[in-house]
Ligand binder design. Sequence first.
Ligand SMILES: NC(=O)c1ccc[n+]([C@@H]2O[C@H](COP(=O)([O-])OP(=O)(O)OC[C@H]3O[C@@H](n4cnc5c(N)ncnc54)[C@H](O)[C@@H]3O)[C@@H](O)[C@H]2O)c1
Length: 450
Amino acid sequence: MSLKDTLEKIKSNLFSVEIIGLGYVGFPLAVRLASKKINVTGIDINQERIQRLEKNILLDSELYLEKEFLECRNNGSLKLSNKSIQSENPKIGIVCVPTPIPNKNTNSDIFVKAAIENFLESSKECDVLILESSIEVGTTDKMSEIIKDGGFTLGKNFGLSFCPERVDPSNKEWGIENIPRVIYCSDDITFSISKIIYDNVNGGNLIRVDSPKIAEVVKSFENAFRLVNISLVNELAILCDKLGINVKEVINAAATKPFGFMPHYPGAGAGGHCIPKDPRFLLESARKLESRFDSIEHAIEINDHMPKYICDAIENKLEELKLQKTILVCGLSYKANVEDMRDSPSFKIIQEMKSRGFMVYGFDPFFNTKFSEKYLIENHITELNFKILTDLDDDSVKNIDCLCIVQHHNEVEQRVKEIYEKSLIPFVYDCQSKLSKNSQSNSYLDFLGS
Ligand SMILES: NC(=O)c1ccc[n+]([C@@H]2O[C@H](COP(=O)([O-])OP(=O)(O)OC[C@H]3O[C@@H](n4cnc5c(N)ncnc54)[C@H](O)[C@@H]3O)[C@@H](O)[C@H]2O)c1
């Protein structure tokens, strides 16, 4: 048996796919492939997640796929399991597990390695593994060694690809179905096999690169580009605050240049599982080679500093306005219109305000008290030391001195505007400068990059 036989069987639809890790990346991929009548098993070590999906209960962020998910569950094309399963026909495993920031106790590949080891336990000759997780430079080579230690020879009786996911949650224009993908493959047949898989994901729009390190650096560099630019624009906002000019006017005027400029907008800092993390992989790689990556290092520092800068601005203004220290932080997820609370700047603002003796309230239409414990872990906090508001009605906001808007979720955009326009809270600080000054309001409106 050779990889060519696998390719032939895949062409005859005699194969199965295992999506390993059913989170933000893996779940939509599993549904997408199963919707194409491919025999898919979604695998997750989180038993609660599997049980929830088995009961057909979806998270808010998954609901847009409900119809397809239920169809696939009903027609049997999408199965669920907590571990890899043996199969007679060729099996393609796609790894979508988290890749944490490495520290002295944990390597970034801890989950990737565990997922691959589990896949190999039920593998046979001529199966194929595709890594989609964002991995540190050198991880694909390390995983190749694990596959070889399992008794397989890459390019002969086993295939390995690295095809990093690029999805941008809540982006309506670009999704998994139309984002082009960079891919590295151990050999040509594995590329042909991967191409068939991705024909069903993004129409097979693949850019093949020759070395795993190139693909790994590409993925981290894309997010380093974002982090460096976000930090650049946040420093510009700080300068504009001092100059008393409007940062958005500066950016929008600069964006009229038809080439060589890409607008980025200020905010409380980049959060989530990707942008603050992936650039660290490049930094780590440079350090291992006794080199430097100063622009990334500085961008991380600026990003970490933003919540403190915002707290200083708010505290000073409250003093000036002779107001008390009761604040409502609105928009707790790391990005507008998503429920993902991982590494969110709002939680950093809240913790900073708590340490300054503020009474802190938080509000987010996506905050689900059932997941409080999870949000705390994701934001490295030990206890929920602030009060969660479940509503923004007049009564709930009546004793608040400052409304700090970190994310403008569409769902509450109108109400937030109304709170300002009806002067329901005396001081409003908008981290994204989206509200416009209104002379009818008695509330004081300030924003980052005034
Ligand atoms: N979320 C994004 O927008 C995004 C975008 C591009 C790339 N990525 C990358 O994709 C990867 C996955 O990110 P995510 O946001 O989907 O993470 P996630 O935390 O939402 O989901 C990961 C899932 O993997 C499961 N898991 C962990 N170890 C496992 C194992 N050994 N076997 C089976 N399941 C396991 C977890 O229980 C979890 O359900 C990361 O490397 C991330 O950097 C994420």
